[in-house]
Design a protein around this ligand. Sequence first.
Ligand code: BGC
Length: 396
Amino acid sequence: MKLSQSAALAALTATALAAPSPTTPQAPRQASAGCSSAVTLDASTNVWKKYTLHPNSYYRKEVEAAVAQISDPDLAAKAKKVADVGTFLWLDSIENIGKLEPAIQDVPCENILGLVIYDLPGRDCAAKASNGELKVGEIDRYKTEYIDKIVSILKAHPNTAFALVIEPDSLPNLVTNSNLDTCSSSASGYREGVAYALKNLNLPNVIMYLDAGHGGWLGWDANLQPGAQELAKAYKNAGSPKQLRGFSTNVAGWNSWDQSPGEFSQASDAKYNKCQNEKIYVSTFGSALQSAGMPNHAIVDTGRNGVTGLRKEWGDWCNVNGAGFGVRPTSNTGLELADAFVWVKPGGESDGTSDSSSPRYDSFCGKDDAFKPSPEAGTWNEAYFEMLLKNAVPSF
Ligand code: BGC
């Protein structure tokens, strides 16, 4: 997580594929993945109490390929378990919408498939590592070739539950980085695109969370109100969609949930930020959102926050060296406003390349506290995956 400063095919579920025991009657085969009837998610409740984040087949394949490269049998056995952890699937380009149909096929009724909507024009305006395919101004392509396509696939699978994280980093960048030309020129497209996404993805089988960065970003005293206003405006411009439950935090981030005093509480500017951990941030930003008139429940990415004390500065976001997998997805957060801990960033996929000759090289990925070598954002890094595994808290 960034911040500078300040058809159903006749799919069989895994269960249905298992050989029936000779003594138990065979369960009826499902004609498709998901439930036997249409799913309706009630956004006034915590759906994570009823549904478990699905360990998606795309990440499973990445992890299985990683396991095959590990020679130490103990580590390989641990690595295998990572494939069973619920993780979001990133739809980070028009082409990668192609990952969606195959990923829907094995989602059982009690699971919810997590998806990240991430393809705004001029994406990642304050950094370079995740610059996207659509240029500033290509909002029509975003709507028709990206959002509309995803909407039609989700509508074709009414019996499956989906949880969406909407456009990580985008609105937070407009709050704090509008001094950059890349962000000011992206602003109208981000606002229009996010509102379009929220309005059109507002389907009964979908629950949505709009991204709000993390405590070290919009948690600064000066950013809380503008941040809440920016998100609430997008929500209202979308027609106050019923299926928006609130916001996501710490996506691809490193902050602890409840370490106290917080990791950066000794910093000279700490007095300007009361949100020194994500628990305080969820409560504080949640109240600001409520005042601004937007639903305010949160999901928090705990995929890579197992180890703290690694970053030189709070804003260091790229492939933090020494990191470990964090708490597995659960709805037991201990805070009513926090619906669930989830894994959004697939641990093992890079945040950005450390190759300074690449057009998407960002200097944050070359910092002392960043793991090197690292491949392009989204690409698998076996060594990083194994590090996350060895350093996992709790361990595997
Ligand atoms: C990358 C995406 C990738 C995602 C998950 C982002 O930083 O830009 O391409 O899908 O991380 O790994």
